[in-house]
Design a protein around this ligand. Sequence first.
Ligand SMILES: Cc1cc2nc3c(=O)[nH]c(=O)nc-3n(C[C@H](O)[C@H](O)[C@H](O)COP(=O)(O)OP(=O)(O)OC[C@H]3O[C@@H](n4cnc5c(N)ncnc54)[C@H](O)[C@@H]3O)c2cc1C
Length: 687
Amino acid sequence: MAQEQQPQFDYVVVGSGGGGGPVAANLASAGFKVLLIEAGDEHENLSYQVPAFHGQATEDPEMRWDFFVQHYSAPERNTDGYDSKYVTEKKGVLYPRAGTLGGCTGHHALITLYPHNSDWEEISRIAKTYDPTDESWAPDRMRRIFERIERCGYLGEQGPKDVEARHGFSGWLTTEVLTDLIDPEALLDSPDLQLLQTVIGAVHATIWDVDFNPHDPKSLGRLLDRLESTLERAPNLKQLFKLQPLVDKKAELEAHVKGSLNQFLDPNDYRVTLEHREGVFLIPISVSPDERKRVGTRERIKQVKARFPENLTIWCNSFVTRIVFEGNKAVGVEYVNSQKYYDAAREDRSAPPRNEERKVERVKREVVVAGGSFNTPQLLMLSGIGPKEQVEKYKIKSVIDLPAVGGFLQDRYELGFISEAPKNYTILSDYLFREPKPGEKDAALDQWKATHNGLYATNGAVLCVIRKSSHRADENPDLFIFGLPAAFKGYFPGYADTLEQRRNRFTWAILKGHTRNKGGYVRLKSSDPFERPEINFKYFDEGTDEGGDDLAAMVEGVDFVRRFTSHLGLHALPLVAQKKKHPPDMNDGYQISEWVKQEAWGHHACGTCRIGPKDKPDEAALDADFKVRGAEGLRVVDASVFPSIPGFFIVTPIYMIAEKASESILKDAGWKPRDGGQNGLNLPEIG
Ligand SMILES: Cc1cc2nc3c(=O)[nH]c(=O)nc-3n(C[C@H](O)[C@H](O)[C@H](O)COP(=O)(O)OP(=O)(O)OC[C@H]3O[C@@H](n4cnc5c(N)ncnc54)[C@H](O)[C@@H]3O)c2cc1C
């Protein structure tokens, strides 16, 4: 029997990841009593802290939540002969998640990328179906939210705070770029020529492809115009990114590529967003400015806990099994205290016995569910909110029939184009890329500890190319291609140890943004809250992208990488064969598309509790204020809320919707900032 008690908290937030962490922090900062319930604990080690160890963090036994998902329904595609990452005994492909304070921001790759304005325009259109005067989702206003949460480190406190770039300098989300994390002079002192060649080849190929056609005599002029206008627009770029030493060596490098160094740009500059720019970019990551450690929502939560300890209560190792309703009003949560009760946390490890004693924590105002795209729909369905037939199938009493819960599961497609260089990359020699065992030495780790820079201060991604495929839905670029000196073909148990097993591998990861497929689902397998749900992404031809644009765009991405790795004076690099397979013939479009269908993966799952239009009840789980439709006192704030997958990387838009949701919740509570909002709260006046 569950024991009940009088409510002591104004809000209960379930889950401390990208969505839940900032919401709990904001509500507590605003003076409310908040309980943040998190299934994981605060485990922290070098895998958590060191940016370059993010792969190890995903496989850390104390944090990992392993889901095994289906990419397809067809049985012949659910084999390791089809997808080399498929794990037969687990009946799925590994999809890593983190059950820890900070959620997946405790193991993610730290990439902090501003989404596209069309992402906000879509939600803005939906919001107007509820309130035609609602301008709160307008792109310009959403950018102000980003400015509020960011503390941009790479433009420097004294540096040019270009107003048009619209960065933030006083929020909790500290951002840095590679050139600030690695000393360029040190890099040039002992250059890894092979790596430099690979990188410059990509830069060259991008300029060549985007601007320069050797068969068009006017194209050289266009290329020079573009370089000139880039510098005119941002004359400080070289200093901005500390590229001067590289630029000084330009003459030497010109044999490789003419003028390309000036093309390094900041993808989070608002002009890049407004102008839908393509090109070569650096990749901002979220690390602390001083120690260059991981920054995620755990750090934000701890900041607020230290400042307002009486307002924010954090219960780790507490797993919510059900939302408690009176009629259609959420009045609390049922939970258990103990470690590793959820099956995803017990995978392949000895876990303590489950403590099945269920308790109830009642709430004064609202429950905010932020368990992520798999757990949020599971928890709602276990609580009777979701498709009626799904819920009743497992003898759960239906509270609200909400067909969109668990549907519309969407992800980006990603693929690793792995090349093999003739020699090892010297930059990688002797680096472990993991916590050393007793007696082992790692010079890069020593450097990171002593000087807080070097390769371990980065996430390993060298640079990115942003492109528009000819199959994109609108004017936004839809391909994000980033290079890393490692072998990365996606996730499978033990993958982190294989990344750097051989030091002559380079991966171009091709990521397709703005995918059209929304055909996936999350469904209950039983009424047992500890059992993982059924997750099927219904990739490519099994999904809703009937025109095949997602696949065609991916094939274009592969073709682009193939061309610049093999045709630009670089090494003719053989594609490394996937397990049990021959590499596809890269001149055969059909073989490439089959390879993409087999080996693609994703890790930005969203949409399973989406904000949807008022007049389309089957497509809307939430209204534009994050309220669960038909319920009272219940909101969802995490990756599941997006009606369409935003931008290229999802965590920054999640942080932004968490701010947006905080505003909605506080507005409904009639909150007005004390001390003009200066009292530790990073929210503007809400009236
Ligand atoms: C390997 C990997 C790398 C990534 N790298 C990047 C990147 O570089 N950049 C980027 O933009 N995105 C990245 N992402 C994606 C991004 O980190 C996630 O999409 C984002 O953190 C999701 O936020 P969320 O709030 O929806 O869920 P989560 O961050 O997963 O948080 C959910 C939290 O809820 C808790 N929880 C769940 N159910 C319950 C329950 N019943 N009771 C109590 N607690 C519960 C979980 O323990 C977890 O802490 C990456 C993802 C992965 C898997």
